[in-house]
Design a protein around this ligand. Structure first.
Ligand code: NAP
Length: 250
């Protein structure tokens, strides 16, 4: 029987204080899950998300943890798995951009984006596998980008991190499929959040006219796909990358 419900599941979303991660955390709770979020700096926003999840009648945690820090990732995963006695879903969402042409890109801009976007996925996936193996089930969902598929001038660091996530996803999916742990990625297109908020109306119009569906996407539209990948409705899907982009990278 098809089952989209997340009732009884314990989930963790990295970078859940704002944007897509926030929408994902609330959507998972709406589908019935208990949800922990991490954040880097936005403590007030994270507390708001926690309150929103609790208002839906679900358990919530807001944990300060820089996703780059592997030791902290172990602690966060252990905290959630211990307090809620299981860990069913990890959404690796935390990410940043530091856009510039490669001629002007500093080593620091390269390293910051690669470690925040890609090493973080290694940190939280590695830590999550232990409790998931014990319970012989789990779903890891990594947030890539259409830029990792198509490339984008001014985003060599970001595109490399997001393409890396797709390769990581397939490799880990092969390693742990026999343990009933699924690993998938999603590749959002142009989604309106603070990350994309600095663009002028003219640039935005030009981007939207290149999208077959003729508009940018909303965080909720990404969140709904993640709820599907978190649920048993997607139980035979692993190693996949699903574009949520209005046809942008087709
Ligand atoms: P956003 O609005 O800037 O939110 C980013 C989130 O990540 C925030 O919650 C932030 O926490 C957290 N974060 C950043 N660095 C972190 C770190 N070192 N440790 C822990 N948390 C950290 O971005 P968004 O647009 O929602 O993007 C979310 C994900 O979707 C990213 O991986 C992004 O690459 C991907 N994506 C976005 C788009 C788009 O069009 N928006 C398209 C494709 C893919 P704080 O609030 O504490 O800073």
């Amino acid at each position: 029987m098809t089952n989209f419900s997340l009732e009884g599941k314990s989930c963790l979303v990295t970078g859940g204080s704002r944007g897509i991660g926030r929408a994902v955390a609330v959507a998972l709770a709406r589908a019935g899950a208990d949800v922990a979020i991490t954040y880097a700096r936005s403590a007030d926003a994270a507390e708001e998300v926690k309150a929103e999840i609790e208002a839906l009648g679900r358990r919530a945690m807001a944990i300060q943890a820089d996703a780059v820090d592997g030791k902290r990732a172990d602690e966060v995963i252990q905290q959630v798995a211990k307090e809620w006695e299981r860990l069913d879903v990890v959404v690796n969402n935390a990410g940043i951009t530091k856009d510039t042409l490669i001629m002007r890109m500093s080593e620091e801009q390269w390293d910051d984006v690669i470690t925040t976007n890609l090493k973080s996925v290694f940190n939280y996936s590695k830590a999550a596998i232990r409790p998931m193996m014990r319970q012989r089930s789990g779903s890891i969902i990594n947030v890539s980008s259409v830029v990792g598929i198509s490339g984008n001038a001014g985003q060599t660091n970001y595109a490399a991190s997001k393409a890396g996530i797709i390769g990581f996803t397939k490799s880990l999916a092969k390693e742990i499929a026999s343990r009933n742990i699924r690993v998938n990625a999603i590749a959002p297109g142009y989604i309106r959040t603070e990350m994309t908020g600095q663009l002028s109306e003219d640039v935005l119009k030009a981007i939207e006219s290149s999208i077959p569906m003729g508009r940018s996407g909303e965080s909720d539209e990404v969140a709904d796909t993640i709820v599907f990948l978190a649920s048993d409705a997607s139980r035979y899907i692993t190693g996949e990358t699903i574009r949520v982009d209005g046809g942008m990278a087709m």
